[in-house]
Ligand binder design. Structure first.
Ligand SMILES: [Zn+2]
Length: 347
């Protein structure tokens, strides 16, 4: 266990908010979090990369998340520096580009691509270009990302419905589908012995919740199921590694967001009134210090998503919010991932 994790555990035991403390930059650094278990925080800001993990088994390596092609290429030499075992499996936590577009790179390195079956179902919905229809998200992403343009989509082929277990007697990793959250194909990687949970974007540690493909009511339930596992170390899809507290906070964020919007719905507020209340909703959510860090650029879209889930009409915030930001610029800054651009353009 690294000093930082030890510190985080201590902080969580003492009930201290470690997130209020200045954080040391750990982006692009390999962190061994248990014997044979590694975490790598991807460079989201500059490259849109997701976080990765890997577990070194007796005969092979299981990698958590496919990343973008450039992210996969960033991480492979770092895995090689920790072990010479073959990278046999790469697990996509969901279908988004920053978690699955690097699949081809892993396949070329000998890995079989693993995911919950919902990942392929989502790909069939959004990757219409790959499946013979009109250009889909991949083609959109390729316009702004040379790494995507130079690669091709490779859907996972080893699929599970509820779970899949890797166990060589020393290490045990359970790939789990705990329900819908960020997408309809979310998978977690749970290490019951070490009590380490890799969450994909079902749980992030910062203002990175893209809600466009998810369901916030189910998200709360799925986070509760994840909390029940009793994780001591949480490796989120984006943001810093943390303790079980991150799961509590992620769940609490959606509970608070939904409660705020529900109050307005119950009061009969119209779409334009909700839109006008965005700053008030934000201020109210941010009062809880444990969840304030989840409020960011996606906030208006998150409110709209919850509002429409509760039966409201979209309030067409996108043109107003994004008028002066070209979507690709947001991608370059990492505010958005390429596959999410389609969902933030005025439609
Ligand atoms: Zn992501």
């Amino acid at each position: 266990m690294t000093p930082r994790i030890r510190f985080q555990l201590l902080a969580s035991i003492l009930g201290t908010s470690l997130f209020a403390l200045p954080v040391d930059a750990e982006v692009n650094k390999v962190e061994q979090i248990a014997p044979g278990v590694y975490f790598h925080e991807g460079d989201l800001k500059n490259q849109g990369h997701c976080n990765n993990g890997w577990v070194v088994f007796e005969d092979y390596v299981l990698v958590i998340d496919g990343n973008f092609p450039s992210g996969a290429k960033e991480v492979i030499p770092k895995i090689r520096a920790t072990t010479d075992k073959p990278i046999r499996f790469a697990f996509d936590t969901h279908h988004h580009g920053d978690h699955a577009y690097g699949n081809q790179v892993w396949a070329e390195n000998g890995a079989i691509l693993v995911a919950h079956e919902g990942v392929v179902e989502e790909m069939k919905k959004f990757e219409t270009g790959f499946y013979g229809g009109k250009p889909g998200r991949w083609e959109e992403a390729a316009k702004g990302r040379p790494d995507v343009a130079a690669c091709k989509l490779k859907p996972p082929s080893l699929l599970f419905r509820k779970d899949m277990i890797f166990d060589d007697g020393k290490h045990r990793v359970e790939l789990l589908h705990l329900g819908v959250a960020h997408t309809r194909g979310d998978g977690f990687a749970w290490l019951p012995k070490e009590k380490i949970l890799f969450t994909g974007d079902a749980c992030v540690n910062g203002p990175y919740n893209f809600t466009g493909d998810g369901d916030t009511a189910k998200w709360v339930q799925t986070m509760e199921a994840a909390r029940q596992l009793g994780a001591k170390i949480v490796c989120p899809g984006h943001g810093e590694i943390g303790t079980g507290q991150v799961l509590d906070d992620q769940k609490a964020y959606f509970v608070a967001l939904r409660a705020e919007v529900k109050n307005l719905v119950d009061a009969g507020k119209k779409p334009q009134e909700i839109k006008g209340a965005l700053d008030d909703i934000k201020a109210s959510v941010q009062k809880n210090k444990n969840i304030a860090r989840y409020v960011g650029d996606f906030f208006p879209a998150q409110v709209e998503k919850v509002y429409t889930e509760m039966g409201g009409k979209p309030f067409a915030l996108r043109p107003a919010v994004f008028d002066d930001h070209h979507p690709q610029a947001l991608v370059q800054r990492g505010t958005l991932r390429d596959d999410e651009v389609l969902y933030t353009r005025p439609r």
